[in-house]
Design a protein around this ligand. Structure first.
Ligand code: NAD
Ligand code: G6P
Ligand code: MN
Length: 441
C-alpha cells in the first residue's frame, strides 16, 4: 500500500493539533510516510510541532514527522498539501470584525465587509504560497480550506486555470449534516444530501436516507420547528455558535423550502444579526480568549510532561476527519460524496458557468464530479447572483488594483448595500491593511 507525504500549511493553526490526533487515529485508512508542518511564524508553530513529536513517537513512531519555516523543506515531494493559513492572523480578523461593526455593518470572519477585507489578504498570500508549492511539488493535491474560501476559490480559479489539483472545501455543510443526524438519532454517514449555493451561502434541498432513499427533509423540518437546532458537538461549543445554529429555526419559519446553511442568517437578517453583535467583543476575541489559549495550553502541558499521559485521547474533531477523508477519497479513487467548491459549469443551470459554487460532488483521483441541481428558484438565484457578483468584483479589484472595483464589490454586498457606507468601510480597511492588500488606485 502506498504511503503518502503530507504537508500542512499553517502548522501553527489552532486546528493543527486536531489534525495530528486524527492522523494517528486514521493511520490505517490513510497511511502516511511523512508529515511536515509549515508556517511563516516559527514561534507559533514550535509548541504544536513539539507536541506532535511526542504524540507521534508514542502513537505513530514510523511516521517521518517534522516542522519547518523553510518552503523548500516543506513542499518537496508532497502528495497532499492541506492549507489552513489565516492571512493577517487572528489580530487582523479582530480588526475586520471590529471596524465593520463600529461603522454600522456586520463584522464577521467570512461574510460582509470583514470577509472581503480578509479576502483581499488571502488572495495575496494564497497565490504566493501556491506558486511556491508548485515549484517543489507540481502534482501534489492542494486541499484548501483557508478562508474566505469563496473568494480564495475564485482567485485560484483565475490564477491557476489549468491546475486541476486544487480543491477548496468548507466543513460547514458536513457540520450541519452531522447536526441533523443528532436530531434524527441516526449516523451522519447515512445521510445523503442534495445542496446548492456558494461557500457559506447555501441550502439543502433534500436529505435522503442513504439506505432507503427516503427524503428526510420533511421530518427534519418538523423536528426543527418543534425543538430547534443544535450543533452535533453542542457540548464543546461557545454560546455564540449555539445561537447561530439555533437561528436555523427562525430561518425555516420564514423560508420553509429548504434547510439553510447557518451562515445564511447573516444575509437574510442583517439588521437582527447586527443588533446582536458586540463591536467591542466579537467572535475573534472569543477565539483568542478561548480556542487559541486552550489549544496552546494543551500542547505546552504535554511538552512539560514529556509524554501524552493517561488522560490523553486521540478522539479527532469532525473538521480534521473530513479533510483527511477527502484526501483518502482522492488517493483511493473512492468516488465518495462531499460538498465542495467547484466551478459551476451548468450544475446550477440558471447561474453563470464560471461562478465558484458549493455542490455535492463525487470525489476521486480525477477530482470532483458535480451533481447538477438544475434551475434554482428565483429568490435563491437573486441572492446568489448578487453575492457572486460581489465576490468576483473583489477578485477583479485584486488583479486590477482597482479601488473602483473594490467599491463596487463592497456596495453590492448585501451586508453593506450602500455606496457611501461601502466607501467609508473600504477606506478604513485600506488603512489597516497596508502592506497586506494590493495597493488600490
Ligand atoms: P490561526 O490564526 O490560529 O492559524 C493560522 C496559521 O496560519 C498561523 O499559525 C499563521 O502563522 C499561519 N499563516 C498565516 N499566513 C501564512 C502563510 N502565508 N503561510 C503559512 N502559514 C501562514 O487560525 P485558525 O483559526 O486556526 O484558522 C486557520 C484557517 O483555517 C483560517 O483560514 C480559517 O478560516 C480556516 N478554516 C476554514 C474552515 C472551512 O470551513 N473552510 C474551517 C475551519 C478553519
Ligand atoms: C466553520 C466554518 C469555517 C470558519 C469557522 C469559524 O467551521 O466552516 O469556514 O472558519 O467555522 O469558526 P470560529 O470558531 O473560528 O469562529
Ligand atoms: Mn467554512
Amino acid at each position: 500500500m502506498k504511503k503518502y507525504n503530507v504537508c500542512i500549511v499553517g502548522g501553527g493553526s489552532t486546528y493543527t493539533p486536531g489534525f495530528l490526533k486524527s492522523f494517528v487515529r486514521l493511520q490505517n485508512e490513510f497511511p502516511m510516510e511523512k508529515l511536515v508542518l509549515f508556517d511563516i511564524d516559527a514561534e507559533r508553530q514550535q509548541p504544536i510541532g513539539e507536541f506532535g513529536k511526542i504524540l507521534f513517537s508514542e502513537r505513530f513512531p514510523e511516521l517521518d514527522f517534522s516542522y519547518t519555516t523553510d518552503p523548500a523543506e516543506a513542499y518537496k515531494d508532497m502528495d497532499f498539501i492541506f492549507m489552513q493559513m489565516r492571512a493577517g492572523g487572528l489580530p487582523m480578523r479582530r480588526e475586520d470584525e471590529h471596524i465593520s461593526l463600529h461603522l454600522g455593518r456586520i463584522g464577521q470572519e467570512t461574510c460582509g465587509a470583514g470577509g472581503m477585507a480578509y479576502g483581499l489578504r488571502s488572495c495575496v498570500d494564497m497565490i504566493e504560497s501556491i506558486h511556491q508549492i508548485r515549484q517543489y511539488s507540481p502534482n501534489a493535491w492542494i486541499l484548501n480550506y483557508s478562508n474566505p474560501a469563496a473568494i480564495v476559490a475564485e482567485a485560484l480559479r483565475r490564477e491557476f486555470p489549468d491546475d486541476n489539483r486544487i480543491l477548496n472545501i468548507c466543513d460547514q455543510p458536513e457540520n450541519i449534516m452531522r447536526s441533523v443526524s443528532r436530531l434524527l438519532n441516526v449516523s451522519w454517514e447515512d445521510l445523503d444530501p442534495v445542496y446548492f449555493g456558494l461557500n457559506h451561502y447555501g441550502w439543502f434541498t433534500h436529505v435522503y436516507d442513504r439506505k432507503t432513499g427516503e427524503d428526510l427533509l420533511p421530518e427534519i423540518k418538523k423536528i426543527i420547528k418543534e425543538k430547534g437546532f443544535l450543533p452535533q458537538d453542542a457540548e464543546q461549543r461557545d454560546q455564540s455558535w449555539l445561537d447561530t445554529y439555533g437561528f436555523v429555526q427562525t430561518m425555516m419559519e420564514d423560508f420553509p423550502d429548504f434547510l439553510p446553511n447557518t451562515y445564511d442568517g447573516y444575509y437574510l437578517y442583517p439588521d437582527y444579526k447586527f443588533s446582536h453583535l458586540n463591536p467591542d467583543y466579537t467572535r475573534a476575541d472569543e477565539v483568542i480568549d478561548g480556542r487559541e489559549k486552550r489549544v496552546f495550553a494543551e500542547c505546552r502541558e504535554v511538552i512539560a510532561r514529556g509524554e501524552l499521559g493517561d488522560r490523553f485521547d486521540t478522539i479527532s474533531d469532525a473538521h480534521a476527519e473530513m479533510m483527511i477523508k477527502v484526501a483518502e477519497a482522492i488517493a483511493y479513487n473512492k468516488n465518495t460524496r462531499f460538498i465542495v467548491i467547484v466551478k459551476n459549469e451548468g450544475a446550477i443551470a440558471n447561474m453563470q458557468d464560471d461562478a465558484m459554487v458549493e455542490l455535492v460532488c463525487e470525489l476521486g483521483i480525477n477530482g470532483p464530479r458535480r451533481m447538477a441541481v438544475g434551475n434554482i428558484p428565483q429568490f435563491y438565484l437573486g441572492l446568489l447572483v448578487q453575492q457572486v457578483s460581489s465576490e468576483k468584483l473583489l477578485v477583479d479589484a485584486y488583479y486590477e488594483h482597482s479601488y473602483q472595483k473594490a467599491l463596487e464589490a463592497f456596495t453590492l454586498n448585501r451586508l453593506i448595500n450602500d455606496a457611501k457606507k461601502a466607501r467609508e468601510i473600504l477606506d478604513a480597511m485600506i488603512e489597516v491593511n497596508k502592506g497586506m492588500w494590493p495597493e488600490l488606485k
